[in-house]
Design a protein around this ligand. Structure first.
Ligand code: COI
Length: 350
């Protein structure tokens, strides 16, 4: 596979600092772009980050055939650049592509393209605590056709964003019982752009009530919990860490979720993936054994929940004295930033 590289003449890094940067506002010097046309991938190039020129009729803008991934790169203690579990995101990307009737992106374009791009922009990996280089691969339908049909042409791209923490502090959550994120048979398990667009109305309503995000519940009964905002969710009940199971296809198979389950077992917890209802949570809370609630995600890492509200029932958590989420986050970031041994082979060296 040939990847044509055009370098910037002068790095934007000369004009900016990577200290205390917000999430998702700045982009590195280069990006990767590839086109799918007539059944094959072509024009694979890495070039200066720049605007796209598109027809107003570009299909993705109308019908949302668009998917993405979120991955993070770190600077290890040995000075090398590492990506956290990129193979898992690569596999999930193509699962999303299949569900959205889009072509598969070959491994060499996704993985080698990402490796070459990060290699080129490696000076953009921030070193501050809770900072990383956020990697955003995405694909969208690019036919200039407004008939509703799968596109014949697609664009695959990777952009890189040096990023600080997504949430700076523990958050408050409103249990959603009117709006729905995902139903069985839908696209909840895919990282489809529309899942995020569709979530914004409910989130805005929750924000008006003083909450940061919603805890989604099932589409039929609003009884079983699914995800928190853009994160998977974990509940520490007694000596068990519980997270909603994936089999109904309504929940994103999070890479951080999977890593958290592995680390929680190492910390001595029983870990269960199962259906869990809001009633179960309230019962555990009344019994004094719902100790912690936290979200997991690539962008958000491990985010503590300080309040969960269902109707008029408010569950508050003493996040300052919580042990599990901070220890889990520490173990995970120690692996990512090279302070702890990578015994699971999660770090991919550039
Ligand atoms: C991620 O964790 O990478 C996400 O997908 C959340 C995001 C949409 C910022």
């Amino acid at each position: 596979m040939d990847i044509n590289i055009t370098r910037v003449e002068r790095s934007k890094l000369n004009e900016m600092s990577l200290e205390n940067i917000p999430f998702g506002r700045y982009y590195t010097d280069h990006m990767l772009e590839a086109d799918y046309e007539n059944g094959e991938w072509k024009n694979i190039e890495i070039k200066p980050y720049q605007p796209l020129l598109m027809e107003p009729s570009t299909a993705a803008l109308h019908y949302g055939q668009a998917i993405f991934e979120g991955i993070k790169a770190y600077r290890g203690k040995d000075g090398n650049a590492y990506i956290f579990r990129p193979q898992d995101n690569f596999k999930r990307f193509n699962i999303s592509a299949e569900r959205m009737q889009m072509p598969q992106v070959p491994e060499d374009i996704f993985m080698e393209g990402m490796r070459m791009l990060i290699d080129l922009d490696r000076n953009w990996i921030p070193e501050n605590k809770d900072h990383s280089l956020y990697i955003r691969p995405f694909m969208f339908s690019s036919d200039p056709v407004i008939g509703v049909k799968p596109s014949d042409s697609y664009k695959f791209m990777i952009i890189l964003s040096p990023a600080g923490p997504y949430y700076n502090a523990p958050i408050r959550i409103y249990v959603e019982e009117k709006f729905v994120r995902a139903a069985p048979g839908g696209v909840g398990y895919a990282k489809a752009a529309g899942n995020y667009g569709a979530s914004m109305f409910a989130t805005a309503q929750a924000k008006k009530l003083g909450y940061d995000q919603v805890l989604w519940t099932d589409a039929y009964e609003h009884k079983y919990v699914q995800e928190i905002g853009t994160m998977n969710v974990f509940f520490i009940i007694g000596d068990t860490a519980i997270t909603p199971s994936l089999e109904e296809g309504t929940i994103l198979n999070g890479v951080t979720r999977e890593s958290a389950m592995t680390i929680l077992k190492e910390m001595g917890f029983k870990v269960q993936e199962k259906k869990i209802s809001v009633d179960d949570l309230m019962d555990a809370h009344k019994a004094g054994i719902l100790y912690e609630v936290f979200g997991t995600g690539t962008a958000a890492t491990i985010t503590q929940i300080k309040e969960l509200r269902y109707k008029d029932y408010v569950m508050e958590f003493d996040v300052d004295n919580s042990k599990t989420a901070p220890e889990l986050k520490k173990r995970l970031t120690d692996i990512r930033e090279g302070r702890a041994a990578d015994k699971h082979g999660w770090m991919y060296k550039i």
